[in-house]
Ligand binder design. Structure first.
Ligand SMILES: Cc1cc2nc3c(=O)[nH]c(=O)nc-3n(C[C@H](O)[C@H](O)[C@H](O)COP(=O)(O)OP(=O)(O)OC[C@H]3O[C@@H](n4cnc5c(N)ncnc54)[C@H](O)[C@@H]3O)c2cc1C
Length: 439
């Protein structure tokens, strides 16, 4: 589609219609600036993606959970006419060769190990970095605890632990601004409603299927301006916000001296890999498996073999069906992503059958799987992380860029990085910095 020059110019061009980009535009428009969003995909929301299950209930293919301290998101959920609902409660179990096992030891080991982990990595003392895998090996002597910890982190970080910087991870954890668990709540409706609410509030409709490829500085009558070369022609503005993940931002050619300033920080990130599979069943048969003597029902399972796979009870209050979601990260997701969907789903069912009642596992009412591996626009996985040998303070460097080409994405947020709340926070604070500069 050809767009005229007026449609391709604004005070600010925002690249990316994820939560970070949309929240930045909301702030800038409220301050009276004109904004145009250029989005590579055919929809807004980025890593927030909802679909509808056969029974009409929402299925979150991307982000799903939040907690009450994530106030920006909670406010938007309410604005969109929805409420929070508390996630189902229960114990965390491990899945080893002998079936489902208790994790009391592991949880204890993790609690004890974590403070050591923080001081050992010496993020603030400037000691040399280690990979997350090396760190776990050094601090944990308990084999089962170490295996469970590795598997859980492989899933959470969506990557092989030997490739990830321990300092980088600890720096991210230091920005998690809450004592509450991140999976405390879900939302009563689809999270896409929050995205739609943000999009509907914009003064100009985002331009979809419009991928930014390069930003260049041009001299204009009123001072310098910026051209953004896209798959649908050049856009011009007085300022640009790159509201895309770092691994997508480094594919965009930047003007000097910014390109040199941020190159090492952008290159420090590696994309993750995640496959999210949701199984819908008539009842939550997994809560009390036959070989489970933990008392409490099971809400979460961490698999030791294969590594990097966890299962979470994602059933929603008030619905006449039960759900279990399998999160496959680490090194396993890229391998599974090569398979046809039917093969991948059969592999997932086999794994469920190992953990719980095999007959019941094989009879889901419905199953969806979404592959977030090597995603061209969202970076793959929940979020990108700092590679071992990268700059542990890459986020602060990208956040601290001064000028009229700025970065905003969940990874670099000051609060709740790697969460939806972080994306909203990053967008808002980037807009505030730009407004201070332009006034
Ligand atoms: C499977 C999964 C589960 C998750 N679970 C949770 C959870 O339970 N709770 C939680 O809080 N968070 C969760 N997250 C993380 C959360 O979704 C993200 O941190 C957040 O949504 C990122 O928002 P963003 O705006 O920074 O980036 P994105 O959502 O990635 O948005 C970036 C946008 O930029 C666009 N783009 C990229 N490059 C270009 C370009 N060159 N030109 C134009 N457009 C471009 C992309 O298409 C995308 O729309 C999950 C993520 C995934 C994938």
């Amino acid at each position: 589609m050809q767009r005229n020059e007026a449609e391709r110019s604004a005070d600010v061009i925002v690249v990316g219609a994820g939560l970070a980009g949309l929240s930045a535009v909301r702030e800038l428009e409220a301050a009276g600036l004109s904004c145009q969003v250029a989005e590579a995909q055919g929809r807004a929301g980025g890593r927030v993606r909802s679909s509808t299950g056969e029974n009409g209930y929402p299925i979150e293919e991307g982000a799903q959970f939040l907690n009450q301290d994530m106030t920006g998101l909670v406010e938007l959920v309410h604005e969109a006419g929805m409420e929070l609902m508390v996630s189902s409660e229960g114990a965390t179990a491990g899945l080893g060769a002998s079936g489902v096992i208790g994790t009391d030891d592991w949880l204890g080991a993790m609690d004890e190990a974590w403070p050591d982990l923080v001081s050992y990595a010496g993020y603030q003392s400037g000691r040399p970095d280690r990979s997350v895998a090396e760190l776990i090996q050094e601090i944990t002597s308990d084999a089962k605890g170490a295996a469970l910890m590795k598997s859980s982190l492989c899933e959470l970080l969506c990557h092989e632990l030997s490739d990830i910087s321990a300092q980088g991870v600890l720096e991210i954890y230091a920005r998690y601004d809450s004592q509450r668990e991140d999976g405390e709540c879900q939302v009563t409706g689809p999270l896409a409603t929050v995205v739609a609410r943000l999009v509907d509030g914009l003064l100009r409709v985002p331009h979809y299927h419009t991928a930014a490829m390069a930003v260049s500085r041009v001299a204009g009558p009123g001072g310098d301006a910026f051209d953004v070369a896209t798959s649908h022609g050049a856009y011009r503005a007085g300022a640009v916000i790159l509201a895309v993940p770092p691994v997508a931002a480094r594919e965009i050619e930047l003007p000097p001296p910014l390109a040199d300033e941020v190159c090492a920080a952008l290159e420090s990130y590696i994309p993750g890999a995640m496959i999210k599979t949701t199984f819908v069943y008539r009842d939550a048969y997994w809560r009390q498996p036959a070989d489970w003597h933990g008392g409490q029902p099971i809400r979460e399972v961490v698999c030791i073999d294969p590594m990097g796979v966890t299962l979470t009870d994602t059933s929603r209050v008030g619905e006449d069906e039960a759900r279990l979601t399998m999160f496959t990260g680490g090194g396993r997701a890229p391998d599974l992503a090569q398979l046809a969907q039917a093969e991948r789903q059969s592999d997932a069912i086999d794994l469920l059958g190992q953990a719980f009642d095999d007959g019941k596992a094989r009879q889901p009412i419905e199953m969806t799987d979404t592959v977030w591996v090597q995603h061209p626009w969202c970076g793959g996985g929940y979020n990108a992380h700092i590679r071992f040998g990268g700059m542990p303070d890459a986020a602060a460097r990208l956040r601290g860029v001064e000028g009229r080409v700025l970065f905003a994405c969940s990874e670099i947020a000051e609060r709740f990085p790697s969460y939806m709340e972080g994306a909203l926070d990053a967008g808002r604070s980037c807009a505030a910095r730009l407004l201070r500069l332009l006034r």
